[in-house]
Design a protein around this ligand. Structure first.
Ligand code: ZN
Length: 95
């Protein structure tokens, strides 16, 4: 029988796990939330965001529509989706 032991992850989250799996459930949730921002995009577009270090809509708002279109993996169809995401947060592309 495995016993649950308290662990503390690198970020300082406390959690209990019985297995040897070192995955912190709090960090896992945070990662999912991050992926969720661009969940509406096609996989190539999501990868383009990640490869340019864009993980939040605030970061996305630092770019102009023209700059985003130059990213490999971003097509014209991605732009309306991104605009909607930005609008939800009352943000917009850089003019
Ligand atoms: Zn954690």
């Amino acid at each position: 029988m495995s016993q649950k032991t308290e662990r503390i992850c690198k970020k300082g989250h406390h959690y209990f796990k019985s297995s040897d799996c070192p995955t912190c459930p709090v960090c896992e949730e945070e990662r999912k939330a991050e992926a969720g921002i661009f969940a509406v995009l096609a996989a190539p577009a999501r990868r383009a965001m990640a490869s340019h270090g864009i993980n939040t809509l605030e970061q996305l708002a630092n770019y102009s529509e023209k700059e985003i279109l130059q990213f490999h993996g971003i097509g014209k169809t991605s732009i309306p989706a991104l605009k909607n995401l930005l609008a939800e947060r009352r943000l917009s592309f850089k003019a």
